[in-house]
Each structure stands twice: as structure tokens, then as C-alpha cells.
Write a protein that binds this ligand. Structure first.
Ligand code: NAP
Length: 254
């Protein structure tokens, strides 16, 4: 028996990194998966891989999470194909330009990052929640970041967008708890995916990142995906508005 048997999950940014791992893990655990991504190549590779193993369980759709019309389309397709939406993993995100301190950040760059990360996350919840209400329950997992709690120099827009995800998660958890909709956020530290290759491909930086982690390795996509699986599943039925840090102990608090 799978941990997500009978559930329908929408996963954004599912073509790469953590989202791809979540799509695979969720299908393995019995969910029907609506995998979306803006990158056709990534999405094509995912569908080729999962299509053979889970032919009736996974569909792939192109989506820009910052576009409201795309969200309307995704929810319609999910309901049309699988009948409902139980789970949303708001995973798609971009880092943006990494070397701009706040005083050098342009409005264009700010808007780009905020639109994908913060607006995209908000739109996902906005369009999925009515369907979850109709369905009588739901679980939303918003992928924030450690930077959404502590901020990171040079990543002003990214940190702000991830902080917005953290707090809108808690607001939504309060608003929709009575509808049996749970909303939680995940805050990964450094995870080895294509989005961190610009850091991890440099041996010195990589060693420094590992040295800062008590568990002494860089997080892998499955480390986040298993946490998303737990929060998405009924095993977490009494958990909402929570923020789960996954960082190998990097920010252990007293
Ligand atoms: P990733 O490997 O870069 O995968 C993200 C996927 O989302 C890519 O296929 C990307 O396409 C796609 N995407 C970009 N913009 C999109 C949009 N507007 N609409 C739909 N899809 C879009 O990322 P990841 O490292 O797995 O990260 C997943 C999430 O975790 C992100 O929200 C990220 O901020 C967060 N996170 C990651 C880390 C880490 O260390 N990796 C740490 C903390 C938080 P392109 O490749 O074409 O852009």
C-alpha cells in the first residue's frame, strides 16, 4: 500500500531537481501526479522516465507559475484528468542574479524573482484551494528556503520572496484549517540540484558548504522530497502552518 494511494498531486517545477524527485516519489507512493514545468526539455525528460514506470499515473503540462491563466488551465486539466486535487507542491522557483547586494538590485530583477517565487506560490494556492474545498480536504506544501527565515546577502529578492512564502503559508493555514486544508512550508539549506551547480561545481566552495553542515554532506533532492511526502500525506493530518527546516543541522538552535 502506498502512502499517497488515491491522492492527486500537482507538483510545479517538476522537471528538475527536487520537483522531479517529488514527482517520482509521489507516483511510487500511489499518487496521480500532475507534473508541471516551464522548461519543455526538463518536462520531456521526466515524462519519458516516469511514463514507462507509471503510464497511467503521471501527466505533464507546461506552466509558468507566475501566470494566472496557466494556473486556471492546470487546475482544469488536473480535475478533468484525475477528478480532483488533494495535494499542491508549490516547488517551482528561481534564484535570480546572485551577486547583487540590495543597493545594486534593479526593479526588473526584483520583479522577476518575486513573480516566480512569491506571486507563483500565491497563485497556486489561490487556484487550488477552491478545488480542495470542493473535495473536502487538501494539503499544500510550499517550498521556501533557509533564506526565507534568515535572509542571505546578495540574494535580496530571493530572500524576500521566500520570506513571503513562509508567512503566506501561515496565513493560509489559519484561513483554511476549517476546510480541512493544511498548509506547511519547507525550508531547505543547500541541496545539490542544477540550481546550486554554480556553487557546488567549485571544489573550494563545495568543501566550505559541507564544512558548515553537521551531517557533513550536501543535501540531496530526496532529502526534501521525503519531507514533502510526509507533509502531503495523511500521516501529517494534525500539522499545519509549520515550517520544516531541512539543512543537515546547519542552523541548529539552542
Ligand atoms: P531546479 O533544479 O532549478 O528546478 C526548478 C524547475 O522549475 C526547473 O525546471 C525550472 O526551469 C522550473 N521553473 C523556473 N521558473 C519557472 C516558472 N516560472 N514556472 C514553472 N517552472 C519554472 O530547482 P531546485 O534546486 O530543485 O529547487 C526547487 C525549489 O527549492 C525552488 O523553489 C528553490 O528556490 C527551492 N530551494 C532550493 C534550494 C537548493 O539548494 N537547491 C535551497 C532552498 C530552496 P529552468 O531550469 O528552465 O529555470
Amino acid at each position: 500500500m502506498g502512502r499517497l494511494d488515491g491522492k492527486v498531486a500537482v507538483i510545479t517545477g517538476a522537471g528538475s531537481g527536487q520537483g522531479a524527485m517529488e514527482a517520482e516519489l509521489f507516483a511510487r507512493e500511489g499518487a496521480k501526479v500532475v507534473a508541471t514545468d516551464m522548461n519543455d526539455e526538463h518536462l520531456g525528460e521526466l515524462l519519458e522516465r516516469l511514463g514507462e514506470q507509471y503510464p497511467d499515473a503521471v501527466i505533464g503540462l507546461r506552466q509558468d507559475v507566475s501566470k494566472e491563466a496557466d494556473w486556471q488551465h492546470i487546475v482544469e486539466e488536473a480535475v478533468g484528468t484525475f477528478g480532483k486535487v488533494d495535494i499542491l507542491i508549490n516547488n517551482a522557483g528561481i534564484t535570480g542574479i546572485t551577486e547583487f547586494t540590495l543597493n545594486k538590485l534593479t526593479i526588473e530583477e526584483w520583479d522577476k524573482v518575486m513573480n516566480v517565487n512569491a506571486l507563483g506560490n500565491f497563485l497556486g494556492m489561490k487556484h487550488v484551494i477552491p478545488e480542495m474545498k470542493r473535495n473536502g480536504q487538501g494539503s499544500i506544501v510550499n517550498i521556501s528556503s533557509l533564506t526565507g527565515i534568515s535572509g542571505l546577502g546578495g540574494l535580496t529578492a530571493y530572500s524576500a520572496s521566500k520570506g513571503a512564502i513562509r508567512t503566506m503559508t501561515k496565513g493560509a493555514a489559519r484561513d483554511f484549517g476549517g476546510d480541512h486544508i493544511r498548509v506547511n512550508s519547507i525550508h531547505p539549506g543547500y541541496i545539490e540540484t542544477p540550481s546550486t551547480e554554480y556553487l557546488t561545481s567549485n571544489a573550494d566552495i563545495r568543501d566550505a558548504l559541507i564544512a558548515a553542515v553537521p551531517l557533513k554532506y550536501l543535501g540531496q533532492s530526496e532529502d526534501v522530497a521525503y519531507a514533502a511526502l510526509f507533509l502531503a500525506s495523511d500521516e501529517a493530518r494534525f500539522i499545519t502552518g509549520e515550517e520544516l527546516i531541512i539543512d543537515g543541522g546547519q542552523t541548529i538552535k539552542e
